[in-house]
Ligand binder design. Structure first.
Ligand code: PRX
Length: 655
């Protein structure tokens, strides 16, 4: 067993409490008992093609598929090959035809308190008008379109408009810097960026347009920048570059409200979403239309037990995969009413989320453990001041949840009544793979419990033998699996399919199973750190630091953090003629903000004379972790110079 897994295991609690679904919930649920779960699970594993064909037939296809799963070019799987469909059509038109045109699709709340409700017909009209506007500009099937927007309705509308015309969207979280935008735009050769002249965050307006201006300066592939008016020209006016920039409201105003949905091949590209990996360069994860659509639809339906009566709120940002699958594509395919909130949870005060739950009668609430830990810190008085009785189901995602936070969530937010679904998945998986089913699975605080239908999960050692604790592995492909890394098929194979000779998908997470075969996720086993549910590659940060002329070497590690789950600590060795002082520290932090974004700035920067290395010169990160977490040092026999760690430890304690 690898040392990192061993240290992860140590941190797992001996949690053994179990919470069965309440009879009231189970009675009405889509899957009502473990017997039902087990029977359907077995069926999905015994004959996945029949199972997925049945699910896919609940959706609209212009032309049925010829083949459910094609594994001929494994790991480049194809799902529903030959089928023609459109995801925006399945999210909108299908419900209009089924009589839900006047039902709320999006319930949007702006941070300053403004709000907008779009019915399914409103969404139809707005998506089509924008889709037509894009077409008029010349944007069409296969073109890559970058979106850099705050959480406003136009972000949902623009994403769906791309899906309607077959343009490939790549949403960039609005906390990323101009350099990050530029890297992504260049990597995928985007022809268009959609942004806004502002967006609210904790009472401040973000100047997104100027960040985009800086990002696309001199970038030849960009032909259009479309700007949504959200700011008020105050505090900064918005510069419009003639010929390149277009106001969103102007280009949509005369467009027809109808736009024929493009009949896309099931394996046409739907979107790219960039995520951090173990090397310096973020990877453009490819998802395609048909399989992703079916997987987002089905997982939303069973994990969230979703009905069209539900008022569903996922607090993620659409800039991350959670927002793609479980704000937009999953819930809209299930005809839910989806709440979307623009701003911060503590604006204007710590009770904002509970305000929103009460105001709209939210029935399903899905958030991240890091947010729950912040709510715990702020205290019960905030949720207790509001009526949360509309809630029937709670969910978490993004990182392991500690049992204390789980219990608090269950008791204070869920009034001991709402089941909690702890959902494990990734950008690459397209949708949830491990999760309780709320009407069936007895939950245990901290465990993502069991695999969903069609998911054959195992815990293995490096050689591929099943173990109680080791590395999580997924045996069979499922419809939502990534289809590749944009422009880099070799990296796709190396990253996900090399570990066990191509027999299993390798997600990069450690896990253990217990006596009920429940899965407990232990965190990453690679050099990726999960800060507040945001994935940050340590190599990505290290390559930023090394750009600074005073830095000779750096090593970045993740350490346990009370609220964020994990925080970042950077050890920096400066060059001989450079001074390690506060000025340099500030410069390095600014460099991270400029190169990646504020959310990636390490908690601590430690200037060190040297770093602990093996005799062959490899940095021993686990020793750095031991130092940072104040633990006894693990095995030091391979260390080239033992005095280095002692000096570092002293330094760390002084800081
Ligand atoms: O380490 C796992 C953690 O988040 C990683 C995926 O990050 P990302 O692609 O950004 O997607 C986040 C939202 C799906 C995983 O490799 N992770 C996600 N959900 C959980 C989790 N760790 C433990 N429990 C979870 N429920």
């Amino acid at each position: 067993m690898s040392e990192s897994i061993q240290s992860l295991l140590e941190s797992v609690s001996k949690e053994n409490r179990s919470f069965p679904p309440t009879p009231e919930f189970a009675e009405k649920a889509r899957v009502r008992s473990m017997e039902e779960y087990e029977a359907e699970y077995q069926r999905s594993i015994d004959d996945p093609e029949a199972y997925w064909a049945e699910i896919a037939s609940e959706l609209h296809w212009f032309k049925p598929w010829d083949r459910v799963l094609n594994e001929d070019e494994k790991p480049f799987f194809k799902w529903f090959e030959g089928g023609k469909t459109n995801l925006a059509y399945n999210c909108i038109d299908r419900h209009i035809e089924n009589g839900d045109r006047n039902k709320a699709a999006l319930i949007w709340e702006g941070e300053p308190g403004d709000s907008r409700v779009l019915t399914y017909f409103d969404l139809y009209r707005e998506v089509n008008q924008f889709a037509n506007a894009l077409k008029k500009l010349g944007v069409g099937k296969g073109d890559r379109v970058a979106l850099y927007l705050p959480m406003i309705p136009e972000l949902a509308i623009a994403t769906l408009a791309c899906a309607r015309i077959g343009a490939v969207h790549t949403v960039i979280f609005a906390g990323f810097s101009s350099n990050s935008i530029r890297d992504r735009v260049l990597d995928c050769g985007a022809r268009c960026v959609i942004t806004a002249d502002g967006g609210w965050r904790r009472g401040q307006i973000l100047n997104l347009k100027s960040i985009v201006d800086e990002a696309v300066e001199g970038v030849d592939c960009i032909q259009e920048v479309i700007v949504v008016k959200r700011g008020h020209g105050d505090p900064f006016p918005c510069r419009i570059k003639e010929g390149r920039d277009h106001w969103y409201h102007r280009i949509v105003q005369d467009q027809s409200i109808h736009c024929e949905p493009e009949q896309l091949d099931s394996e046409d590209m739907l979107f790219l979403l960039y995520t951090s990996g173990t090397t310096g360069k973020p990877k453009g994860i490819i998802h395609t239309v048909g399989g992703y659509m079916v997987y987002a639809y089905q997982t939303t339906k069973v994990v969230f037990d979703m009905r069209k009566e539900d008022v569903y709120w996922c607090t993620a940002d659409i800039g991350w995969i959670t927002g793609h699958s479980y704000i937009l594509y999953g819930p809209l395919q299930n005809a839910a009413s989806v709440v979307m909130y623009e701003g911060a949870p503590n604006s204007p005060d710590n009770g904002r989320f509970w305000d929103i739950v009460e105001k709209y009668g939210v029935t399903i609430f899905y958030t991240a453990p890091t947010a729950i830990r912040a709510f715990m810190k702020w205290g019960e008085k905030w949720p207790n001041a509001k009526d949360l009785s509309s809630l029937r189901l709670l969910g978490t995602v993004g990182e392991p949840i500690n049992p204390e936070a789980w219990i608090w969530y269950h008791k204070v937010i869920g009034a001991d009544r709402c089941p909690i679904v702890d959902t494990w998945w990734q950008t690459e998986t397209g949708g949830i793979l491990l999760s309780p089913l709320p009407g069936a699975t007895p939950t245990k605080p901290g465990s993502a419990t069991l695999p969903l239908f069609g998911i054959d999960a195992a815990v293995l050692d490096d050689e591929g033998n099943e173990q109680k604790a080791g590395i999580l592995a997924i045996r069979k492909p499922w419809p939502g699996i990534l289809r590749g890394i944009y422009g880099d098929p070799q990296r796709f194979k190396d990253t996900y399919w090399c570990k066990w000779n191509g027999e299993y998908y390798f997600p990069g997470d450690g896990a253990r199973t217990d006596e009920d075969d429940y899965f407990w996720i232990l965190g990453r086993v690679d050099d990726v750190v999960n800060v507040s549910g945001h994935r940050i590659g340590t190599a990505e940060l290290e390559s930023v630091f090394i750009e600074h002329p005073s830095v000779a070497e750096s090593a970045v590690i993740g350490v346990a953090h009370e609220i964020k789950g994990q925080g970042l600590v950077a050890f920096i060795t400066v060059r001989e003629n450079a001074t390690a002082d506060e000025k340099l520290e500030k410069e390095l932090k600014d460099l991270v903000i400029k190169s990646i974004g504020k959310f990636a700035v390490p908690e601590k920067l430690i200037f060190s004379g040297d770093l602990p290395k093996t005799r062959s010169g490899k940095i021993m990160r686990r020793l750095l972790r031991d130092i940072a977490e104040g633990k006894a040092l693990g095995n030091v026999t391979t260390l080239a110079d033992p005095s280095v760690v002692e000096t570092l430890r002293k330094k760390y304690q002084e800081q």
